[in-house]
Design a protein around this ligand. Structure first.
Ligand SMILES: [Zn+2]
Length: 294
């Protein structure tokens, strides 16, 4: 949390505020957010540069920072992790940094600020040169940028004995899924979280690929899921939470069939699943019917 739909929503909501602006000032009162880099070096790398664009890979946001006179851009790489929030504060709006949780902010040309707020303090800001950008980002396939289909999933997951739930969280295989959307995709595909990657056949892989693409697209349309801290770049809450079918619903009825949702631990994370829609034994797969919001 935040996962691909939330980070992509932050990107989309920040683009109109940031692209074309120049970074005038850089303040980093809490240096831990730089992961060991010096605030002075960070500030001098960013100051004066123009924000040429924002991109995303997996759960990482990237601001392209152009220098005057051309040359290769530098990149500000942002990982929100658990509770990080990157937001635009318009010129003239009140800005009172939270002394404990506002870890950095940048003053922009034309007024306004880009602020980074993080209660749990796991989020990170870093800058890299253009040649080092790819190495700073996850290597897995991004299901929105590059798409995902059954043959791709079979190639990525189909020879692995680990549970699907663990494999879907590995950012070197597919990047951008976290616990919410991995649970939701497995439910939509009718696959038990402990089903092995190698247990996928072509039909199950096709179904899982469609489930991943479908849940991400729907979550994006509602600007992601706000459980607690996540906000868009404009400070709004995401609206997809009410459509979640199993995540966070252990003990509550499955939205497809009414059976109580169960939970188990897989690789240290809670996996919520419906024992009827997602039976453990292969060959009894029965994809849940589509449901409307409850
Ligand atoms: Zn069910």
């Amino acid at each position: 949390m935040p996962e691909l739909p939330e980070v992509e929503t932050v990107r989309r909501t920040l683009v109109p505020h940031l692209v074309g602006r120049r970074i005038r000032t850089v303040s980093v009162p809490h240096a831990h957010v730089l992961g060991g880099a010096s605030p002075r070096a960070f500030a001098s790398a960013l100051r004066g540069r123009r924000i040429g664009g924002l991109s995303r890979r997996g759960k990482y946001l990237v601001l392209d920072l152009e220098a005057d006179g051309g040359g290769e851009p530098t990149h500000l790489v942002v990982h929100l992790r658990m509770t990080g929030r990157l937001a635009f504060v318009p010129a003239g709006a009140p800005f009172t940094p939270d002394p404990r949780h506002t870890h950095a902010w940048m003053g922009l040309s034309g007024g306004g600020r880009l602020t980074f707020h993080d209660v749990r303090k796991f989020g990170r800001l870093g800058w890299v040169g253009h040649a080092d950008l790819a190495g700073a980002l996850p290597s897995g396939r991004d299901p929105v940028l590059e798409g995902v289909d059954g043959p791709v999933l079979l190639r990525l997951l189909g020879t692995r004995r680990a549970p699907l739930k663990s494999l879907l969280l590995r950012q070197d295989l597919l990047c951008g899924l976290g616990n919410i959307y991995a649970n939701e995709a497995l439910h939509r595909a009718g696959l038990h979280p402990l089903c092995a990657g190698a247990g996928l056949d072509q039909a199950a892989a096709d179904g899982l690929a469609a489930a991943i693409g479908g849940v991400l697209a729907e979550a994006l349309a509602f600007q992601g899921t706000t459980l607690w801290d996540y906000r868009t770049g404009d400070g709004e809450r995401g609206g997809f939470g009410r459509f979640l079918r199993v995540y966070g619903r252990a003990g509550l009825p499955c939205r497809a069939c009414g059976t109580p949702v169960e939970a188990l631990r897989v690789a240290g994370r809670t996996s919520a699943f419906c024992p009827r829609c997602q039976p453990a034994a292969a060959g009894r797969r029965r994809p849940p019917v589509a449901v409307d919001a409850g």
